[in-house]
Write a protein that binds this ligand. Structure first.
Ligand SMILES: Cc1cc2nc3c(=O)[nH]c(=O)nc-3n(C[C@H](O)[C@H](O)[C@H](O)COP(=O)(O)OP(=O)(O)OC[C@H]3O[C@@H](n4cnc5c(N)ncnc54)[C@H](O)[C@@H]3O)c2cc1C
Length: 303
């Protein structure tokens, strides 16, 4: 059976797998269901010299109540992180803040969060979702960046537009960018689909970010050749530690993560939590069946 077929078979079987078993698959990637679980995980990461960013699981809010509860939970997280002096920011998805049904409400929610984060010395990263919302997400980021220093954005190397998006962002002033491959499956007209093209785009966008003077770059990948290239570039360009960090997902590539930390690189772990873990796990798997392969191989390798 080909790898693609195997991954699709795992995804097709998932709805028939009992929840407790899905939880056993998912739990290494998710801190738990409530904020206390997230704080505990972040505390452990901080003790192993990693910073963190908390993500409240949930996306595509469809009514104002859902948006309000997301805003409230994030506000609580910002206060809780501050009270516990954790080294941790937050990551948000604009669709959770109502982007798809009320852009103005979404802006208000993000602004409320940024005000609280600024007050508590916290940093907010706006995650990037699928290509239907790339432009509006960048617009909202730019708007917020004019008012706040403590906000960053994400660029996906699979998108053909990313080189010009980076150029525009940097023309507008200091920019804090997380660079990742992009998790959503996108059409070939707008995205690279060949894994080597996505890698090569990642490498050249990273150079563009460093050369263009991005205020900070988060290198979000577990792909060893990309990590190697990034390390070589950091060394060659003499990039200082306050201008970059590696980022990885909770539960993924633990060995590589520890090696990077041991070599003295700043490293942040993305820590998702929340009671919507089941819907989140299912949706991620449906959107990109390759994740199923990662999950199974990671379970077997226990990295
Ligand atoms: C901190 C962080 C934030 C991110 N934010 C965004 C975002 O805002 N928007 C967006 O579109 N994408 C985001 N991503 C996801 C990213 O775009 C990639 O889909 C993901 O990181 C896999 O790509 P990779 O570079 O690790 O390479 P891959 O070649 O896909 O993975 C390399 C190896 O890492 C392991 N691995 C990778 N991903 C997983 C996984 N999910 N579960 C288990 N094992 C895995 C596997 O062992 C795999 O062989 C983020 C990733 C990270 C690390």
């Amino acid at each position: 059976m080909s790898v693609g077929l195997f991954n699709r078979a795992v995804v097709a079987a998932m709805p028939f797998v009992p929840r407790p078993l899905v939880w056993r698959f998912s739990r290494r990637y998710i801190a738990g269901v409530d904020l206390e679980d997230a704080y505990r995980t972040v505390g452990e990461l901080n003790a192993s010299n990693c910073s963190a960013t908390i993500d409240v699981l949930g996306e595509d809010s469809t009514d104002p109540e859902q948006v309000q509860s997301a805003v409230d939970l994030y506000l609580e997280a910002i206060r809780g992180i501050h009270a516990r002096t954790l080294d941790c920011g937050i990551s948000i998805k604009l669709s959770e803040f109502g982007l798809r049904f009320d852009v103005e409400r979404c802006r208000e929610g993000v602004r409320t969060l940024l005000e609280s984060a600024a007050e508590h010395g916290s940093f907010v990263r706006i995650d990037m979702e699928d290509s239907s919302v790339t432009s509006v997400t960048l617009d909202i980021y730019r708007e917020m960046r004019r008012e706040f220093d403590n906000v960053g954005i994400v660029i996906q190397s699979c998108l053909r537009r990313s080189e010009s998006d980076i150029a525009e962002l940097m023309d507008a002033g200091p920019t804090d960018v997380r660079l990742c491959k992009g998790i959503y499956i996108e059409p070939g007209e707008i995205a690279f689909v060949d894994p080597d093209e996505i890698r090569s785009s990642f490498n050249s966008l990273l150079e563009q970010l460093f050369e263009g003077g991005a205020s900070r770059v988060a290198i979000a990948t577990h792909d060893p050749p990309l990590v190697e290239h990034a390390e070589a570039l950091i060394e060659k360009m003499g990039v200082q530690k306050d201008r970059y960090e590696f980022q990885m997902l909770l539960g993924v590539a633990g060995t590589l993560r520890r090696e990077l930390v041991a070599r003295g690189h700043p490293l942040r772990v993305y820590v998702p939590f929340g009671d919507r873990w089941y819907a989140y796990s299912m949706r991620r798997l449906r959107e990109n069946p390759n994740i199923a392969g990662h999950v199974v191989s990671n379970l077997l390798s226990r990295s």
